[in-house]
Design a protein around this ligand. Structure first.
Ligand SMILES: [Zn+2]
Length: 249
């Protein structure tokens, strides 16, 4: 049967090579898409950490505010006590007997105790504020570092995403050209196998006497048939097209 001169018929070996070339291009496309899919997650992680630090800073701030209020309250308490003591002392000038004098003295003593307690607690609170401010400064510093990280990471990722997009477009063109080289029957089979396979593999090399796609053992005779490249052989288990392992090199 005479062949027309338009397109030279490929040998089975050539077909297998073309199929495997196509598979490798498409696998590279899959790999790039996976990487690109994961990149935004890194930014998301940083954004989450930053939001966490912001919450922490806001919490510390409100804690410091509460402590400040406590100090003000104690100051006011002492002013009230001073007023009360002055009033009691005046009353003592007008007592009718010793018993009344003693009773007012006890009130004064009580107010003075209150004042000392307020002073002691205020000192403790001031110390707590100093500590909290240190924690606040550390958190703020860390937050600023992280914010810088985030903006540079974002820029970096935008660049990588643009880069991988360009790479993917290039590979897409190569893939389309490689697919066109195959006859319609083979290209249809390849496309169907690739879309059905979860890992996108339609053409797999023999790997340690097994199918490189589903890892089921291949009988020795079948392995020989694959080696000789005289016909296109599919895996009995998963239907993927099998090629000799040396095609990997
Ligand atoms: Zn298989």
């Amino acid at each position: 049967m005479a062949k027309t001169a338009t397109k030279k018929e490929m040998t089975i070996a050539e077909k297998l090579h073309s199929l495997y070339d196509l598979q490798r291009i498409d696998s590279e496309i899959d790999r790039i898409r996976t990487i690109r899919g994961e990149l935004p997650l890194e930014v998301q992680d940083l954004e989450d950490e930053l939001a966490g630090l912001d919450t922490r800073i806001a919490n510390i701030e409100s804690e410091i505010k509460e402590l400040d209020t406590e100090i003000t309250d104690r100051k006011n308490g002492n002013k009230d006590a001073e007023v009360a003591i002055a009033k009691y002392k005046e009353q003592q000038n007008n007592v009718r007997n010793n018993r009344e004098f003693e009773s007012i003295s006890k009130e004064i003593e009580f107010q003075e105790l209150e004042m000392r307690l307020n002073e002691k607690r205020s000192k403790e609170t001031k110390f707590a504020i100093t500590n909290k401010k240190e924690v606040f400064d550390t958190a703020k510093e860390r937050r600023n570092f992280r914010a810088e990280d985030l903006s540079s990471k974002k820029a970096e990722l935008d660049e990588i995403i643009a880069e991988t997009q360009a790479q993917e477009e290039k590979l897409d063109k190569k893939s389309q050209a490689a697919l066109k080289k195959l006859d319609t029957r083979l290209s249809a089979a390849y496309t169907r196998l690739r879309s059905n396979a979860r890992n996108g593999l339609a053409v797999v090399p023999v790997d340690r006497d097994s199918c490189g796609g589903c890892f089921n053992k291949i009988p020795p005779q079948r392995q020989l048939d694959i080696q000789t490249k005289k016909k296109v052989i599919a895996c009995e288990h998963c239907g993927r097209i099998l090629v000799p392992s040396e095609l990997e090199d």
